[in-house]
Structure formats: C-alpha cells, structure tokens
Design a protein around this ligand. Structure first.
Ligand code: HEC
Ligand code: HEC
Length: 231
C-alpha cells in the first residue's frame, strides 16, 4: 500500500511555535481550502471489506454504538473522505481517529467513504421536537442574535444538500457539506463547542461553521443538539 507524503510538518511546527509563544493555535493555524474539492468516487464493496476496524465504534451498519461517536451511514461520501484526509494529515484533531487512519492510503479512504455513504442513514426518531427552541433555530435561525438557519446548508430534513455526484458540471462548494440528521446529542454538542471555541478549524468549511457557531449560546447549542438527534 503506497500513500503520498503526509503534510504534518508545517502544522506541527506552527503548533510548536504557537505553544512556545503562548498564543492560541487555532487562530493562525494553516487550513485546507475545500472550495475546489471535486466529488469523490470510490469502490463501496472494496470499502466494506476494509471497514472491520471501523465497525467497533461506528457500527457495522454505520450507526454509531456510543453517543460520542458519529454515525457515518448515509453521510456525503465527499464529506467523509475529506474528514478522513484531515485526520490523516493531522489537521482535524482526534486522539482516537488520527492513529486509526495513519496507515490508510488515498484509495482506502475513498473506498471507505463510498461504503459508508451507500448505507441507509439512521431513521428519524419517533417523536421529533418540532415545537422546541432547537427546531426554531434549525429552520429559521435567530437573526437578532446573529444565528443563521441551519437548514440552508444542512437540508430541511438534516440529510445534507445531496448534490448530484454523477453530474459533470462544475461542482458547487456546498457538495462537501455534511448531513446532521440523527447524530447523537453528545457528538453534535461537542462539535458545536469545538467550532465555537475555534478548535475545529482546519479547513475553509470549518471557517464557515465557526462563523455560524460564534453567536450560539450554551443553551442554544444544547437545544440544537437535542433537536438534530431527533431528526
Ligand atoms: C475507537 C473508536 C473508533 C474507531 C475504531 C473508528 N472511529 Fe471514526 N470516529 C471516532 C470518534 C470518537 C470520532 C469523532 C472525532 C471527534 O471528536 O471529532 C470519529 C469520527 C470519524 C469521522 C468523522 C465523521 C464526521 O461526521 O465528521 C469519520 C469519517 C470516521 N470517524 C471514519 C472512521 C473509519 C473509516 C474508521 C475505520 C478505519 C473509523 N472511523 C474507526 C471513533 C472511532
Ligand atoms: C453557511 C452554511 C452553513 C450553515 C448556515 C450551517 N452550517 Fe453546519 N456545517 C457547514 C459546513 C461547511 C460544515 C463542515 C465543516 C467541516 O468540514 O468541519 C458544517 C458542519 C457542521 C457540524 C459537524 C458535523 C459532523 O458530522 O461533524 C455540525 C454539528 C453543524 N454543522 C451544525 C450546524 C448547526 C446547528 C447550524 C445552525 C445553527 C449550522 N450547522 C449551520 C455549513 C453550515
């Protein structure tokens, strides 16, 4: 299995320099520009054969076995691939995921992404919190507080913008935007806090979410996480 050179030296040195100076790492850390990321294609059957390790946490059917792990089933393949690449390049920080992807080649990541994207997403909860603060924020935002509606980027049902990946037309930047529906409260809350605090800040897409999360209060992050987990 061959794989291209990893790019971890620059972020590592930058982190070291920032640590030495005692300044926040996230503010000036290098980030990946995803605006020209083309949709990815992979071999889902080959990915299924490579997914045994992943099943321990993300489930054999791509539905996570614990609330701090994300569901991968039904997620955008391009989003999944980009996240794996970010873990492997050490730009998205996770002590759990980084070692697990260290030896994956580019084709492995494409195949795994295609496999999990091809599985049916988690069904919506029996009772959706349609009269909650989270529902209102998700669908309408709170312009007075500087919070945009989430549905514009994540889909009215939280299933993502779902671009036509068979199209040969130039791909819109939002083709890498993730589905959220059915992710567990704890996982969603942790991600919103990470964007809010600027610790998940490794790509142009993260910068978009940092802007969104900047004006969210703790109570609103909790309300959104509760609603999204019921979608
Ligand atoms: C020991 C448990 C564990 C195993 C095994 C594991 N993961 Fe993960 N995975 C996690 C955790 C925890 C996160 C959330 C990381 C964070 O805090 O941001 C995650 C996040 C991800 C994400 C990002 C999803 C999103 O919505 O942003 C992808 C993609 C992913 N894992 C793919 C895989 C693949 C592919 C494998 C197998 C090669 C795998 N994982 C194995 C625990 C695991
Ligand atoms: C302008 C577009 C846009 C809007 C509006 C938006 N998001 Fe996002 N969101 C994104 C993008 C792009 C990403 C992927 C960022 C990355 O790669 O880390 C993302 C990622 C996320 C994630 C992480 C998903 C995962 O699997 O790890 C969560 C949670 C999230 N958004 C919640 C929200 C909520 C809640 C709102 C409304 C308050 C919202 N988003 C509004 C674009 C948007």
């Amino acid at each position: 299995m061959t794989r291209p050179l990893r790019r971890h030296h620059a972020p590592f040195l930058a982190a070291l320099a920032c640590a030495a100076l005692g300044v926040a790492v996230a503010a000036n850390a290098p980030f990946e520009d995803l605006r020209s990321q083309p949709p990815i294609h992979g071999d889902a059957a080959a990915g299924a054969a490579k997914a045994a390790t992943c099943a321990a946490c993300h489930g054999a059917d791509g539905i996570a076995i614990a609330p701090t792990f994300p569901n991968l089933a039904g997620q955008s393949a391009t989003y999944l691939y980009v996240q794996l690449r970010e873990f492997r390049n050490d730009t998205r920080v996770s002590a759990v995921m980084q070692p697990l992807v260290a030896d994956l080649g580019d084709q492995d990541m494409r195949d795994l992404a295609a496999h999990f994207a091809s599985l049916p997403g988690k069904p919506a909860a029996a009772v959706q919190q349609t009269s909650s603060r989270g529902y209102a924020l998700y669908h309408d935002g709170d312009p007075g507080a500087g919070v945009p509606a989430c549905q514009g980027c994540h889909g009215v049902d939280g299933r993502g913008p779902r671009p036509d990946i068979t199209s040969t037309a130039p791909h819109p930047a939002w083709s890498t935007f993730p589905a959220l529906a059915g992710q567990d409260t704890l996982y969603v809350l942790a991600q919103l806090q990470a964007y809010h605090a600027g610790t998940r800040a490794d790509s142009s897409n993260d910068k978009v979410m940092q802007g969104v999360a900047q004006n969210l209060s703790d109570a609103d992050m909790q309300a959104l996480a509760d609603y999204i987990s019921s979608q």
